[in-house]
Design a protein around this ligand. Structure first.
Ligand SMILES: Cc1cc2nc3c(=O)[nH]c(=O)nc-3n(C[C@H](O)[C@H](O)[C@H](O)COP(=O)(O)OP(=O)(O)OC[C@H]3O[C@@H](n4cnc5c(N)ncnc54)[C@H](O)[C@@H]3O)c2cc1C
Length: 391
């Protein structure tokens, strides 16, 4: 067993740590206040080669994998979860393509994301179907004019990065619309420029502002046969992409928690009260200690999950370990940011400090890409099925 990062990953961490301090930290508050897409941060990521971390070298990336991407996201999320989301979006929509897509799809769609000349987004959720993914109603019917082609109709919602994306990974029912069988759903690559593809309303969000979430409206969108990801009815394979994402979302949580705890610790060490500093009170020290222990536990879960995902261990038997990382790290982000607000007192509640923003940003992490309850259900299933067992 070896807990050391490889020299390459250690170098990546220090490079991104510097970049996050120089380019992300000074912009974090303004991104939240203005709600405008931070093109300068995207450009900084592109210049540093961070957009291709999880994309294999043969398709224009650096092949640092899920672990490399998670390490980068952890650093950036210390200051801005919006910036962390921008990095995450290099993997969420490309995952199904990397796992199940054809060579031609990989050659056509991955290099643009890696080089920062194209952006992508992921469309699974619909207003009536979030956790209950089999309830989606977006329909794909065979295109009468093109053998093997499809016509898509429906509306996706809450899609992160919908406005900036050049292409989308979209899930639609190819089988009986009423079916709840996995083979009734297929993943497609849909280009923004195609007829019938339109960005609908965007949402007013509590946090993680600057990268919009919103609707993608598909009206009679004709998709060529080459843009089916994997096989028709291959939902299960494409969904493996989501299992492999658990550590990447978890990294947004651990970075946020680290940033919040470090900030609050520095504050209480200089805040005078009752003739000493707030940091001198044992009650405060124990809260700091509990949070620090939680952070280290979450990092171990997350790094192991990333290591597993990079070894292709994201099928059913590994799900409980992947879900445990996402659950623990994102719930921790909510607790740690709440603690940071509390330790700063009134100051922590005001926009003079980043703590209130971290508190708002943290909450979405326990909802996206499988809520905490869904993750707990998956961990429980793993134990009940003996996938997670200690005997
Ligand atoms: C900021 C943000 C960005 C997002 N980005 C994207 C994106 O890019 N692409 C995309 O497709 N989607 C995206 N989503 C949607 C997200 O994936 C869903 O919100 C999530 O899957 C939960 O679905 P829901 O909101 O419909 O909640 P519901 O499924 O309606 O759940 C409501 C509550 O019921 C609980 N619940 C549901 N089922 C169970 C169960 N079986 N057991 C116990 N409790 C349960 C949930 O945990 C939750 O607390 C985003 C959401 C947010 C907030």
């Amino acid at each position: 067993m070896d807990f050391e990062l490889s020299p390459e990953l250690a170098e990546l961490r220090s490079t991104v740590r510097r970049l996050a301090r120089d380019k992300v930290q000074p912009r974090a508050r303004d991104i939240d206040t203005s709600g405008e897409y931070p093109a300068d941060v995207f450009d900084a990521f592109r210049a540093a080669g961070l957009l291709g971390l999880c994309i294999p070298e043969e398709f224009g990336g650096s092949g640092a994998g899920i672990l490399g991407l998670s390490i980068a996201i952890e650093e950036v999320a210390k200051y801005s979860n919006t910036a962390a989301l921008m990095l995450l979006l290099t993997r969420l929509p490309t995952g199904p393509v990397m796992i199940a897509g054809s060579d031609e799809q990989k050659r056509r769609y991955l290099p643009g994301v890696a080089e920062g000349t194209a952006r992508a987004a992921f469309g699974l959720s619909e207003p009536q179907a979030g956790s209950d993914v089999m309830g989606i109603r977006t329909r794909a019917t065979p295109d009468p004019a093109v053998p093997g082609g499809w016509v898509l109709d429906g509306t996706k919602c809450w899609m992160s990065g919908v406005r900036e994306a050049d292409w989308y990974t979209v899930f639609a029912k190819t089988g009986d619309p009423a079916s709840r069988a996995h083979d009734s759903v297929t993943a497609f690559i849909v280009e923004r420029a195609w007829d019938g593809v339109e960005v609908g309303r965007t949402d007013h969000k509590m946090g993680v502002r600057g990268v919009d979430t919103g609707e993608l409206v598909l009206r009679d969108v004709r998709v060529p046969p080459d843009n089916v990801i994997g096989e028709v009815g291959g939902f299960r394979l494409a969904m493996l992409g989501l299992n492999a994402m658990r550590p990447v979302v978890a990294a947004r949580g651990i970075g946020l928690a680290e940033g919040a705890l470090m900030y609050a610790t520095e504050y209480v060490q200089q805040r005078a009260a009752f003739g000493k500093t707030v940091a001198d009170f044992q009650g405060v020290q124990w809260e700091i200690a509990k949070c620090a222990v939680d952070i280290e536990a979450a990092r171990l879960l997350t790094y192991r999950a990333a290591w597993l995902a990079d070894r292709g261990c994201f099928t059913k038997e590994w799900v409980p370990l992947l879900s445990a990382a996402k659950y623990h790290a994102t719930e921790l982000a909510v607790r740690a940011s709440g603690l940071a607000v509390q330790l700063l007192g009134a100051a922590g509640y005001m926009t003079d400090h980043p703590t209130e923003q971290w508190y708002r940003d943290a909450k979405q992490l326990t909802i996206v890409e499988g809520t905490s309850q869904v993750q707990l259900g998956l961990v429980a299933r793993g134990v009940l099925d003996r996938d997670l067992w200690w005997d």
